[in-house]
Unconditional design. Structure first.
Length: 69
């Protein structure tokens, strides 16, 4: 079974890879996916995980904006 820690680590690696390659669309996909997972965590009452996913979604969005410039 995949853990939340493993998924968050995977997202962090993907954000770094997409940032380095300038892959704006990849970053936007991460933003969307992390946002959906954040909503699932909120629905399950897991505020700590929801917050971590919110931070990841924001990081991906910020990096996507930087890649656009």
């Amino acid at each position: 079974m995949v853990t939340v820690e493993a998924m968050i680590g995977y997202f962090e690696r993907l954000i770094a890879e997409h940032r380095l390659s300038g892959d704006r669309q990849g970053l936007l996909r991460i933003q969307t996916t992390a946002g959906m997972m954040m909503q699932a965590a909120q629905a399950a009452g897991d505020a700590a995980t929801a917050r971590r996913l919110h931070v990841l979604a924001a990081q991906a969005a910020n990096q996507a904006e930087e890649a656009r410039r």
